[in-house]
Design a protein. Sequence first.
Length: 601
Amino acid sequence: MKRKIDDLDKEESADSPINMLFTENLEKIFTYLTGTEMITCRLVCVLWNDLLCNNSRLLPKSVGIHLRISKRHFTTKEIPELEIMREKPALKLTKITVDAEIFLKKFREDPWSIQVFFKLIQDLEFVSQINFKYAPDLHMEVFEILFDVLAICRNVKKIVLHLNVIGHSFDWDSTLLREKWAGFCFESVEEVIFEHKFIQNDGLFQFYAGFCCPFKNLKRISGIIGFDALFYGLYRKQIKSIRVFNDEFIKFTEADTEVLLEKLEVYDFEFRHEEKATWNYLNEVQTQLKEIKLKITYPAFYMPNPVVNYGKVKALSISGDCFRINQLYDILPNFKNIEDLKIKTDYPYLCNIMHQPSSLLTIKNLTLYARKSGCSQENQHWFCHRCLSSMFKTLRKTNKLVIDLGSISMQYINLIGRELINLEKLIINFSSEFRNLIQISVWPQMSKLKEIKMPYNNSWLKKSSIIKFCAACPNLRKIYLANVPVIFVKEIQSILVENLEHLETFQFNAEIIFVVKEIYGKRMLKPKENTNCDDNFSDSNSEIFIDTSTRYDDSDSDHEFDLESDHESDPESEPEIDHESDHEIDLESDPESELSSESDQ
């Protein structure tokens, strides 16, 4: 396990031969590094950390602090992140996440409360991205808060608008904003990303148009749901990603909007006999289109056209109750480049996927959901052994598996361990009746597995069983064990920490996360200090986590559930945030993590 900055001894690090180089030589070396490499160098020793964080010439502008505003920021006179920025002058605030729910009550009490709060934050000139979130039903007052923030942060280039649902009852009314912001130009904003649940609503495009209108220099719009010829024509150069139903997809391909997409998602997609012209349009006219996601419902109605090039399809979701034996075997070979495959069905027949392996080695993420509603326990079997064996052999390079089959047995687990040799992340769910069929004492070898989420059962009560499980998965970093009785948590934790060298976090139930800390040379799990922010906004490619928990006096801080969001249950359940981002230093998420290289959506 890598040592953390707080555990390093300054004198010891200074005596290292490489650190005896002149400071100017070290600085010269650092100038040739990328942002990710510099972030890694910060973790080497105190000397390197101080050198990078105190010299504004070294850290590139793409490396910055991500401030997630939470309730705790209103309970202290001094904002801890500002103290750190004063101590480390090279660190700049580049991204802010604003939860409108937190501000709304204060805003209603005092309309100037937002300005008062942001006056406490200095160096806002470097803030280039605002993540704005709001979960309840929308109303215009929410957006008044956002525009207040934009008026204060004058150099914001990107807005990520993360909403729950834009309901039918919401009407965009620009009167208030037009009166309040008349003459104010939001010239810096160049990109808007809409993130909200997939729902058809005739008022969506009124909202999209009203929200985008103040940004005269807008260059990119992502996350648009549905098709409207007028809006597409108005923002034909800006729209880069859309989510549409099949009929809207057809309208888009037939309309002359001149929109050049980078990403396309199609729901309830149907294979049609006349689709060759449609896919020629996507392959030849949509030259910037790099990624297509298809959700196919009732796949037995149509089959892929073998002469069509589906090379741009990177994600495929298949759901419905019309599978037949080997049908998936007939469908998948048409998609040569898919990386994400989801299969969801409740069809009551025994096996329906594939009885012979294929050669689809590009799939990295696999989700299998198969629950039979109204079936007895003895009939809760979905795939025969031949089905699963053929599928896993076909998808041998998969490194993430989400599996929810209702029933489960060690035969399935052994098959996963034997065939999916590159698996790094495993999420297992099954009915409570089958819970004790899984015995961790005979867990198969999964040497590359880094994260696991599974229900608790009685096999976790034996120390010898846990030790054998740790030996089978020696590189585990994150464990989420659901529904653990509280009285057993401490004992399980101590065994895991002792036997898993790389363990970083342990989570039980849905509320509490424990992180591994080294105290007086001994590793132990301590409750994670965190905020109630949404990890969907943690979208940087590389992050440094700086511990600010000792600077807060907040005994009632909220804990956060973060192993796997609801994305796996259904593509419509939550939107995925999928866009490029710079390197960032996150002062809130995980104070003890060293690096986090995985993005959310």
